[in-house]
Design a protein around this ligand. Structure first.
Ligand code: C2O
Ligand code: CU
Ligand code: CU
Length: 500
């Protein structure tokens, strides 16, 4: 049904920017080729078995080389490496400092950060983008500021008071972001508050979800046209690089988890069986007050902070529920029933566990907007001499690095309305700031956000309109885009020029 609409609407459309489109062959298109129904570019199902149930490993911490307090200084090198996901198979990956996910960066708010990035990826430019963080535009790893292969650059920025939150870092070079991320380049960047309202006894565990596709020989296959259309979804969702790792806790324990969706395109609707979840934070830090949740949806690039209470002895699992994000063509992956993580709750009771406070921190409302803007997502297809072309557009245009799409003023509150007129969900992300989602609208039904929160990525479901308030405080060029990285690469991105 959705596919028909997509093709019918798309075929009538003439595309403006062919260089931003994927070149596709007719035979690769679902329902269009001579062998429709079986000869399609469906992601191969991997026969490779990954070990499960190993102890969850802590992500390696990026060491601070600075001697002065208030300064965090380190080096991140991106280079080819080998990973061992399955017994006897070496997988060539890209890694930061030899590991994937990259090292965990932990910095206290109020600090200055100086991170030197060395790009040792053969023949490819890269950058490091500080996803969600309040960094100056020229330090934010935009595609306009590539770091050429075998060169270095230092990113420096201050992390203001009040910026504590669950951010991350990943490459953002023009035309190569999707590939560099699925090959292994992404890491968590936690900005810690000076005073943390969450009891220390809960711990603070980062869980980075990535999505791996392995061929029988252990390599990562190249992306297919189905991957370009839907975003690349793998065969194994990993947590900190491991499949279904295990953690042991005493009965009665409460644990703080920071969940990161660092996949290219996997929507994760999650729940713990038999262990109540409470949301305490979003992309940009803590909520005002805890909110109980039965299940959560983490779209690509989103983060959530949870407190989970382990009140019954025995194993409990973090598993996936079904979520229909609008899949194009054949090969829709099985989203439901994946076990991502196991917690083994022992009979030994936990030591006295302090309660979760009722109030976490105040969040100031952004207030009345001075400007209203509207962004419309569409998907298009057109035929030309080379076959089928596919485009992912914002306000009818594909990304152009030489074009400014929006001019705004630093310090001014704006209302952004994101309308998804396409057949797939598109998680919307803006660089350089955190926003507040006001409401979602679908078929004339408006639902207000249940709580005030700082976000930098919000899923805009197909047919939905999302309204959000945002303010950019620092001048410069900022990207906004769909965070299905293949869609970003195929044009669903724009530039806002924030003027002083
Ligand atoms: Cu995660 Cu343009 O970013
Ligand atoms: Cu970003
Ligand atoms: Cu998208």
């Amino acid at each position: 049904m959705h596919r028909r609409g997509f093709l019918a609407a798309g075929l009538a459309t003439v595309l403006a920017s062919p260089r931003a489109l994927a070149q596709m062959k007719m035979d690769d298109m679902p329902g269009m080729g001579a062998h429709a129904g079986h000869d399609m570019a469906v992601p191969p199902q991997s026969a490779v078995v990954l070990p499960e149930g190993e102890t969850l490993r802590d992500l390696p911490l990026l060491a601070n080389e600075a001697a002065t307090s208030g300064l965090f200084k380190a080096k991140l090198t991106a280079e080819p490496a080998k990973a061992r996901f399955a017994e006897g198979l070496d997988t060539p990956i890209l890694a930061y400092n030899g590991t994937s996910p990259g090292p965990l960066i932990e910095v206290v708010e109020g600090s200055r950060v100086e991170i030197t990035f060395a790009n040792r990826i053969p023949d490819e430019a890269s950058t490091i983008h500080w996803h969600g963080m309040p960094v100056p535009a020229d330090q934010d790893g935009n595609p306009m500021d590539p770091v050429a292969t075998d060169t270095e650059r230092t990113y420096s920025f201050e992390l203001p008071e009040g910026s504590a939150g669950s951010y991350w870092y990943h490459p953002h070079p023009h035309g190569k972001t999707a590939e560099q991320v699925y090959r292994g380049l992404a890491g968590a960047f936690v900005v810690k508050p000076k005073v943390d309202p969450i009891p220390l006894e809960y711990g603070d565990t980062v869980l980075v979800f990535t999505d791996l596709r392995l061929a029988a020989d252990g390599t990562m296959p190249d992306s297919t046209t189905v991957d370009l259309m839907n975003g690349r979804v793998g065969d194994h969702v990993l947590v900190n690089g491991q499949k279904n790792p295990a953690l042991a806790v005493p009965v009665g324990a409460k644990r703080r988890f920071r969940l990161y969706n660092a996949t290219n395109a996997r929507f994760l609707r999650l729940s713990f069986d038999d262990a109540p979840m409470t949301i305490i934070g979003t992309d940009g830090g803590l909520l005002e007050a805890p909110v109980a949740a039965d299940d959560i949806l983490l779209s690509p690039a989103e983060r959530l902070e949870l407190i989970v209470s382990f009140d019954k002895p025995g194993p409990t699992t973090l598993y996936t529920l079904d979520y229909d994000r609008g899949w194009m063509g054949a090969g829709r992956p099985a989203d439901a029933g994946l076990t991502l993580f196991t917690v083994n709750v022992s009979e030994t009771p936990a030591e006295a566990i302090p309660p979760l406070p009722d109030r976490l921190r105040p969040i100031a409302q952004l207030g009345a907007p001075a400007v209203n803007r509207r962004f419309v997502f569409t998907e298009t297809m057109a035929m030309n001499a080379n076959g089928m072309e596919m485009g992912f557009l914002i306000n009818g245009a594909a990304f152009d690095m030489g074009r400014i799409d929006v001019v705004s003023k630093a310090g001014e509150v704006e209302l952004w309305e994101i309308a998804n007129k396409a057949d797939m969900d598109h998680p919307f992300h803006v660089h350089g700031t955190q926003f507040q989602v006001v409401e979602h609208e679908r078929d004339g039904q408006v639902s207000k956000s249940a709580y005030l929160a700082w976000k930098d990525t919000v899923n805009v479901a197909r047919g939905e309109t999302v309204r959000l308030l945002l303010r950019q405080d620092r001048p410069g060029l900022r990207m906004y885009h769909c965070h299905i990285l293949e869609h970003e690469q195929l044009g669903m991105m724009g530039i806002v020029d924030v003027q002083a």
